[in-house]
Design a binder for this molecule. Sequence first.
Ligand SMILES: [Fe+2]
Ligand SMILES: [Fe+2]
Length: 247
Amino acid sequence: MDNSLHSSDAEACRTDVQVQECPRDVPSTQQELVWILGKTAEHRAEGNRNHVIRIGLISRAIAQALGWEPSRAESLALAAPLHDIGKIGVPDRIFLKKGCLTPSEIAVMHWHCWIGAKILLDPSALESILLRYSSPEKYFPLLQEMKPVFTTAASIALAHHEKWDGSGYPRELQGEEIPLEARIVAMADVYDALTSDRPFRPAYSEEWALEALDEQEGKHFDPCVYTAFLKNLPQIRSFRRQYPDNP
Ligand SMILES: [Fe+2]
Ligand SMILES: [Fe+2]
């Protein structure tokens, strides 16, 4: 595998830059919209958790540590909660199955990456999801206005299970072939999953989780993204206190 840094990633590796406060001028309706859409799929299996909210905040904190412009980091914070929206297209008999999945069921689960990208690039598909909720009309104009966010979110949805060493799915991309936004969300997603209670196991201790993540540097995770994650860990920890999961 070619691990040499290209200029774009060398830029992304600037973890020595000062962490900037991001602007707080994102309209609350944009935030509401991505949280509603992002929670739609996971609500079916895991109730009213705040995982998707934390993923947006953690991804933004990593992007800030990488020195991203505030507007780009803010756009990532809006796109990241949508990473698993494709789970909405996985049949209940597989998505809600207790116990181990068969290889063919695992393959169907993996489709959620493609389904998510397709949904996010289709405003009418997003509109039909919103129709399940009361007063969806106020969000419809945002579907066009936020098109760049949904385009980024589609790229994340497709690539958030890829791994730096090429052993991920669905396309087995390697290193910088994986969009940087998706590498950041992958880091945020695994950290938050390990430190959260799940229907099938209690949360791991943070100490255990950090050791597990450390082992995956350069395997699952982009080393630059991992370094940025560690740099902003105190802030990242605070998001769980701010948005705990509902019992
Ligand atoms: Fe996923
Ligand atoms: Fe997730």
